[in-house]
Design a protein around this ligand. Structure first.
Ligand SMILES: [Zn+2]
Length: 392
């Protein structure tokens, strides 16, 4: 272990930046944020407008819930599966699995091991699959390639260094679905806890052009032959319009409360906490709780907590209180960074240089313009004709 890593001043990184919304707790760490006359921000106004319409009714689940279950059963694969779910061991996908299994769907679970599983997430995946007799397919990503591309993203200076993991997981799950003839995906994505995520904090993880541009410039692109990849074309055109793949965000059709779901998972299923949203991967924990606040002054919890405020599951005061506490102590941050650097073979000096150097935007590198236009075209002209419903 080399001397102390660059986490000095860590706990001071969690104060609001500039103006704060009067309704949620979003601030000017979102460079595209705007405020109305009452001081309410564009992030929470947009999020509120996307609330699923049925939630205004005095019912516990969407009126279309049973109909969706019937449709999924009709599309059962030749192997006898109704849906496939990518299981990370995190709260949302774990709870989506439980709800679908309780609704009687035949599920195939898929887990992609990117080399960063926390002990708790592995235990969560195994116990849930055993409990509901759900078969589990696990794919292990080539570690040499994963390390090289993750290091390349850190060196590029862009905010979303989680693109390699997200890309590999999506490509792997899609391949497995094609192999098993499954055309319906179950997703843990949900409005209640995730309605706010500023576009400026990230970039489409399925953008293969972008992945290649950064990997080529800052790493060894020849390792990409061992890395599962797919393009926006496959994801946005081939999958939905040629293969007829649909995604059902089941938690948007239920009155989902992430805080209650966590209690239920813990009490009834022995589910173990791993400390924070999306922190089931050790990489994601360091990236979100340390790297983003240290280098970009971005605290993703601010968006997650604001989403809970918008869905009425948390008061603004409570959200403020949570956000003002650092996610971990400085000592823990230093230990986590030391672990990450050792695994990625980054030296202490390089980490300090990375954190201190000026950030770059995703637009500083090539992005998949043609594929994006194609995807927009499909959404506008092909989708309405095929009467594809976005949420299932
Ligand atoms: Zn707001």
């Amino acid at each position: 272990m080399e001397e102390r890593f660059a986490c000095q001043g860590y706990s001071e990184r969690f104060v609001p930046r500039g103006r704060v919304c009067t309704f949620c707790i979003m601030d000017e760490s979102d460079p595209e944020i705007a405020f109305d006359a009452a001081g309410r921000c564009s992030d929470c106004i947009t999020a509120a407008s996307k609330r699923p319409a049925w939630m205004a009714l005095p019912v516990e689940r969407s009126p279309s819930f049973d109909d969706t279950i019937r449709r999924l059963r009709k599309r059962r694969s030749r192997e006898g599966f109704d849906v496939m779910i990518g299981l990370s061991g995190g709260l949302d996908s774990s709870y989506a699995l439980i709800c679908a299994a309780e609704a009687g769907l035949k599920i195939l679970a898929m887990h992609c091991d990117t080399g960063w599983n926390s002990r708790q997430s592995v235990a969560n995946i195994e116990s849930l699959c055993n409990r509901f007799s759900v078969p589990l397919e696990t794919t292990v990503i080539d570690w040499d390639a994963m390390r090289d591309v993750q290091r390349a993203f850190f060196r590029s200076g862009v905010p979303n260094c989680d693109i390699p993991q997200d890309h590999a997981i999506a490509a792997t799950v899609n391949r497995a679905a094609a192999k098993f003839g499954i055309r319906s995906f179950l997703s843990g994505g949900n409005w209640a806890g995730e309605s706010i995520l500023p576009a400026a904090w990230g970039h489409d993880a399925q953008d293969h052009v972008h992945l290649r541009a950064i990997w080529r410039q800052f790493g060894d692109w020849s390792k990409a032959k061992c890395f599962p990849r797919h393009g926006v074309f496959q994801k946005r055109i081939w999958q939905p319009y040629v293969r007829g793949v649909t995604v059902w965000r089941i938690l948007n059709d239920l009155r989902f409360n992430p805080l209650e779901a966590e209690r239920r998972l813990r009490n009834e299923f022995g589910w173990q906490d791993y400390g924070g949203k999306h922190c089931e991967s050790v990489f994601t924990r360091v990236f979100q709780a340390i790297y983003l606040p240290m280098r970009f002054r971005i605290d993703k919890r601010r968006a997650h907590l604001s989403s809970l405020v918008v869905s009425g599951l948390m008061t603004r005061d409570d959200a403020m209180r949570h956000a003002s506490e650092p996610p971990m102590s400085q000592d823990q941050a230093e230990r986590d960074v030391a672990y990450l650097c050792e695994k990625l073979r980054i030296t202490a000096t390089e980490w300090c240089d990375l954190v201190a150097s000026p950030p770059r935007t995703h637009e500083s590198y090539a992005t998949g313009q043609v594929e994006r236009r194609l995807s927009r075209f499909a959404r506008r002209y092909i989708e309405p004709r095929m009467q594809i419903r976005r949420n299932w």
